[in-house]
Design a protein around this ligand. Structure first.
Ligand SMILES: *[C@@H]1O[C@H](CO)[C@@H](O)[C@H](O)[C@H]1NC(C)=O
Ligand SMILES: *[C@@H]1O[C@H](CO)[C@@H](O)[C@H](O)[C@H]1NC(C)=O
Length: 182
């Protein structure tokens, strides 16, 4: 009798720790400074971007920072696509048009992927998928910043927007890296 009741309590506490372990990542908190410490580019951008999260960052869990960053990625992609539309209307330069069309295709696909992964991510799943997707956005943003075959001048508006998109997607990579570490 004693033995079976102690094993009962043993499995109860096991269940307890298991549920703690399972719930810990969605309620995990990491300080903004610790996220931005991993950010290789403009640290001031990283800190002010995360601190602009609606509702504030004090006590904000990692997942809610991730969801915020993911929706900024989607907004940035939408705005970049609008910009590309108007650039295409005004540009006759063949090389530039080639970049714009290439970036348009990449950004459209990525926007669809970001939007369709959003619900899963909000439920605290799909961390690996979102991490990879953020990596794809960062790569595309790098190409569309003129780091590909065809360079863009610093004053090019798509270059400027793609640099910010690149920053935001790098921050999403860092946050999903943290979320994947149990
Ligand atoms: C991209 O997102 C950042 C962060 O939210 C914002 O500061 C910037 O204005 C956005 N740019 C565009 C073009 O959407
Ligand atoms: C394209 O041209 C229109 C009309 O001249 C102008 O209003 C618009 O700002 C231009 N867009 C870009 C991205 O240069």
């Amino acid at each position: 009798m004693a033995r079976s009741s102690s094993s009962f309590y043993c499995s109860l506490s096991l269940l307890f720790f298991l549920s703690l372990a399972l719930s810990s990542d969605s309620t995990k908190t990491v300080k903004v400074e610790d996220i931005c410490k991993q950010f290789q580019e403009d640290k001031t951008f990283c800190i002010s971007f995360l601190n602009s999260k609606p509702g504030g960052v004090a006590g904000a869990d990692l997942l809610s920072l991730g969801v915020y960053t993911m929706s900024a990625t989607s907004t940035n992609l939408t705005n970049a696509l609008g910009l590309i539309d108007s650039l295409l209307k005004n540009t006759t330069d063949h090389n530039l048009r080639e970049i714009y069309l290439e970036c348009q295709e990449q950004y459209e696909d990525l926007k669809d992927d970001v939007d369709s992964s959003k619900a899963c991510f909000e439920h605290g799943r799909c961390y690996i998928d979102v991490n990879r997707l953020a990596g794809d956005v960062a790569d595309a943003a790098d190409d569309c910043s003129g780091h590909g075959d065809i360079p863009l001048p610093d004053t090019n508006p798509l270059k400027q927007e793609s640099i910010v998109l690149g920053y935001v997607s790098e921050i999403l990579i860092i946050i999903t890296d943290f979320l994947m570490q149990k």
